[in-house]
Design a protein around this ligand. Structure first.
Ligand code: ADP
Ligand code: MG
Length: 405
């Protein structure tokens, strides 16, 4: 799903009010009746203007017309949802420029951008359900939209959860990009000057990197959390020269919505799986496969030169913090699974580093290799996006809900 901001600059204050009225109305109505949209928007210029705005928004595919058994009405589309989030960021100046795509995951789109002071930022748009969109293509419109609506809701939950996790981890000194804002299904964060570990070919201190990555996991678990998707796709290696190797580790960890508590019934399983992903990567890429060494006394790291080759949950994890409780991570107490967990669980990328993955790797890297050069090379659509958000900053303020969305 492409983020298409081309129409953003043409929307006037009334259009924005009406778009937001559709969003607000969706909280109580699956299909928001046309009349109610007008009432919520409460335009000074009257109902006629509201109807005009409704029809313009529908033409731009920011809302879509639906008919249920009793009445005609409208519903916000993913496009409209994107616009509202971007508008909110632009008003707060946390993101005023959009650049090129720097990553497309199964469940998210990642864009480069800038804030009001010109600092480089990353916009992560959660898009849960993208895969199932394809499979429901043939269903009737109404059904498809019903599905889209609940995915929109889940994407919003995923973004909220990720922002919350990132905030608390960042405040506690974990090596992650600084989270800066969130609205609806989107998160704005610091840009990592670097690249995913998957693209790492050589490293002057790969044994140290291995040890630090393992230590990160243990530190995270000691504070109550397990990443659950800890692999070469979600570890960003900092560009040489962008950090001080004497005092800082050369990586940052990303992608947090699926984190769980160490109290989760399957905590040990997920911890081990994360450990295995790192081991497998280092074995394949660097032929590095350390063994436990009882001659060594140093337990302050893992791998060559240390007693243990890799961390083991029951031996190495000792709770010293309760971040899982603070963010109510899944499994922190025995409660029913949330709808978000169910959705994430059933859609999990389930990367297990099989031979197939490795074979596809070279091919894919050729295809996506240019990801790194995003700041120089921008595609046509991306350059259309650029600076468009800027045009919004002067627009009328959107109302904010209790989350500041
Ligand atoms: P997904 O949930 O879709 O896997 P991620 O958060 O892992 O999303 O991001 C996908 C890709 O986007 C990453 O592999 C990385 O290339 C890029 N990316 C994400 N966040 C950042 C960031 N803060 N700085 C630079 N690149 C990033
Ligand atoms: Mg990821």
């Amino acid at each position: 799903m492409k983020l298409d901001t081309i129409h953003m600059r043409y929307l006037n204050a009334d259009d924005w009010r009406v778009l937001q009225a559709v969003e607000n109305g969706s909280r109580s109505h699956e299909v928001v009746p046309t009349k109610l949209i007008g009432q919520i928007a409460n335009l000074k210029t009257g109902m006629g203007s509201a109807n005009r705005a409704i029809s313009d928004l529908a033409k731009l595919n920011l809302i879509s017309k639906l008919r249920n058994a009793k009445y005609d009405g409208y519903r916000l589309t993913y496009n409209g949802f994107d616009y509202l989030a971007l508008k909110t960021f632009a008003q707060k100046k946390t993101l005023v420029e959009l650049g090129s795509t720097i990553g497309v995951g199964k469940e998210s789109d990642i864009y480069a951008g800038k804030d009001g002071q010109g600092n480089e930022r990353v916009l992560k748009i959660h898009r849960l359900g993208r895969v199932s969109f394809r499979t429901v293509k043939n269903k009737r419109d109404y059904l498809r939209n019903k599905e889209a609506q609940s995915w929109m809701h889940l994407s919003k939950l995923a973004a909220e959860k990720e922002y919350e996790f990132m905030t608390i981890l960042y405040e506690n000194g974990f090596e992650i990009p600084r989270p800066l804002d969130h609205s609806r299904h989107c998160v704005v964060m610091e840009l990592v000057v670097g690249f995913p570990m998957r693209q790492l070919r050589e490293h002057f201190q790969y044994k140290k990197l291995y040890s630090q990555l393992m230590q990160f996991m243990v530190k995270l678990a000691n504070h109550g959390l397990i990443h659950c998707d800890y692999n070469e796709y979600n570890i960003m290696i900092k560009e040489d020269g962008s950090y001080d190797p004497a005092t800082e580790p050369g990586f940052l960890v990303i992608d947090f919505p699926q984190c769980i508590s160490i109290n989760h019934v399957d905590a040990e399983f997920y911890f081990k799986r994360d450990v295995e992903c790192i081991r497998r990567f280092f074995k394949r890429r660097f032929g590095y496969s350390p063994k436990d060494d009882s001659m060594m006394l140093d337990t302050d790291g893992y791998g060559d030169g240390f007693r243990h080759a890799y961390p083991v949950f029951s031996r190495d994890v000792q709770r010293i913090g309760d971040l899982d409780m603070q963010v109510k991570a899944s499994g922190y107490r025995s409660e029913k699974k949330t709808e978000l967990e169910d959705a994430l669980g059933s859609m999990k990328r389930d990367y297990d580093g099989t031979e197939e993955d490795e074979e596809e790797e070279e091919e894919e890297e050729e295809e996506y290799g240019s990801e790194l050069e995003f700041s120089e090379s921008e595609s046509d659509t991306d350059s259309v996006n650029e600076k468009i958000v800027q045009a919004l900053v002067d627009g009328e303020e959107l109302e904010t809900d209790k989350f500041g969305n």
